[in-house]
Unconditional design. Structure first.
Length: 314
C-alpha cells in the first residue's frame, strides 16, 4: 500500500483498504497488509481480468470446466447481453427461463445464450432477446482472455463431458471466486447478503421468485431497491468448503459444531459433531491442494483428486 500512497495521484486510503481486503479474502495475499502475494496471487497477476473472475478461471482449469468459465468471465466482465424491450418484458423473461432450463442459474442461461449464438449469429439472438453486438464483443473478450491465459491454462485435460455435471462444477467455482457475494433467500427473491444487507434478486433474473435457498451473485446495485444481479442457486457445502473466513464458534456442543461465516455479523451454521472434525480437515486439505496445484499442468493424480472433491460440492 505504501507504493500506491507515494504515487503522483494516490487513490483514497479507503479504496486501497477495500482492494487489499478483497485480495486477502480471495487468498491472493498472505495477510491483511497485502505486502506478500500467495502462489495464487502471483498467477492472478498474470491475468488481465478482475481478480474474482481470475480466481474462477484458474480453479476451472483444476476442476475441468475451463471453456464455460472463459465465457462467464468474459461476459460478467462486460455487460449483460439480455435485452428487455418495453412491452416485451414477459416474452424476454420467458426466453431467458427457457435458456436456463431447470438450473436455477442466470450463469447457465448465459452459457446457453453464448452457445446458441455460436450456432446461429442472427436468428438465435432475435428469438431469445439477445443483443448480437454484445454477444460478438463477449466473443472477442473471450478470445483475448483465452490468449492471455494460454501459459497458465496450457496442457489441461478436456472439460467434463457431462454437461449437467460440468454446470454443477461451474456453480461451485462461482462460489469459490465470488465469495463473499452470497445471500440467503427467504421468500420470493428477498433475503440477506453475507455482509448483512437486505436485498432482492433482480426481476430480470431467472431466480427472481426463488425461495428458501442460497445464491451466489456477481453484482449488487441500489436503485429503487437493493438488487442482486447474475445469480445462481448453490449448495451450502460449496460455500462452507471454499469460504476463507470460516471459523468454529465457541458455543459448539457434543452433538453439533457451530461455524461462523463472514465474521461476527455473518451467518452461523451448525454441522453434526460426528463430521465436524473431518470437515475441518477436508477444508485444510482443499486449501493446500488448491494453493499447490492451481495454474499448474495437472497430472492424473490431480484429476482423481478433483473428481473426488466434486462429490462434496453438490
Amino acid at each position: 500500500t505504501w507504493v500506491l500512497a507515494s504515487s503522483i495521484a494516490p487513490p483514497k486510503a479507503e479504496v486501497v483498504r477495500h482492494a487489499v481486503g478483497l485480495l486477502y479474502k480471495l487468498g491472493a495475499v498472505e495477510d491483511a497488509s497485502g505486502a506478500t502475494l500467495t502462489p495464487l496471487g502471483v498467477k492472478l497477476g498474470k491475468l488481465q481480468v478482475h481478480p474474482m473472475l481470475g480466481k474462477m478461471l484458474l480453479l476451472a482449469g483444476l476442476f475441468r470446466c475451463v471453456q464455460p468459465m472463459l465465457t462467464l468471465c468474459a461476459a460478467l466482465g462486460y455487460k449483460s447481453p439480455f435485452l428487455c424491450p418495453m412491452g416485451k418484458e414477459r416474452e424476454a423473461d420467458a426466453a431467458k427461463l427457457l435458456l436456463a432450463g431447470d438450473s436455477q442459474s442466470d450463469h447457465v442461461a448465459l452459457l446457453q445464450a453464448y452457445d446458441g449464438f455460436q450456432r446461429d449469429r442472427w436468428r438465435f439472438p432475435r428469438e431469445h432477446f439477445l443483443s448480437p453486438q454484445t454477444m460478438a464483443y463477449i466473443e472477442r473478450l473471450r478470445g483475448d482472455l483465452a490468449d492471455g491465459a494460454t501459459e497458465l491454462l496450457s496442457r489441461l485435460p478436456a472439460d467434463h463431458a457431462d454437461l449437467r455435471y460440468r454446470a454443477d462444477v461451474c456453480r461451485t467455482m462461482l462460489v469459490a471466486g465470488l465469495y463473499p457475494n452470497v445471500a440467503l433467500i427467504g421468500r420470493r427473491g428477498k433475503g440477506w447478503t453475507l455482509g448483512g444487507l437486505q436485498a432482492k434478486i433482480h426481476p430480470g433474473s431467472v431466480n427472481s421468485t426463488a425461495s428458501d435457498c442460497t445464491v451466489v451473485f456477481y453484482d449488487i446495485q441500489e436503485t429503487t431497491d437493493r438488487w442482486l444481479y447474475d445469480t445462481s442457486v448453490v449448495g451450502m457445502a460449496a460455500v462452507l468448503l471454499f469460504a476463507p473466513d470460516l471459523e468454529e464458534a465457541a458455543a459448539s456442543s457434543q452433538r453439533q459444531v457451530r461455524f461462523r461465516l463472514g465474521g461476527t455479523q455473518g451467518w452461523a451454521v451448525k454441522i453434526d459433531a460426528a463430521v465436524g472434525a473431518e470437515f475441518a480437515r477436508l477444508r485444510g486439505v482443499l486449501a493446500e491442494f488448491v494453493a499447490r496445484s492451481v495454474g499448474q499442468p495437472p497430472t492424473r493424480t490431480h484429476w482423481a483428486a478433483t473428481d473426488a472433491l466434486c462429490g462434496f460440492f453438490f
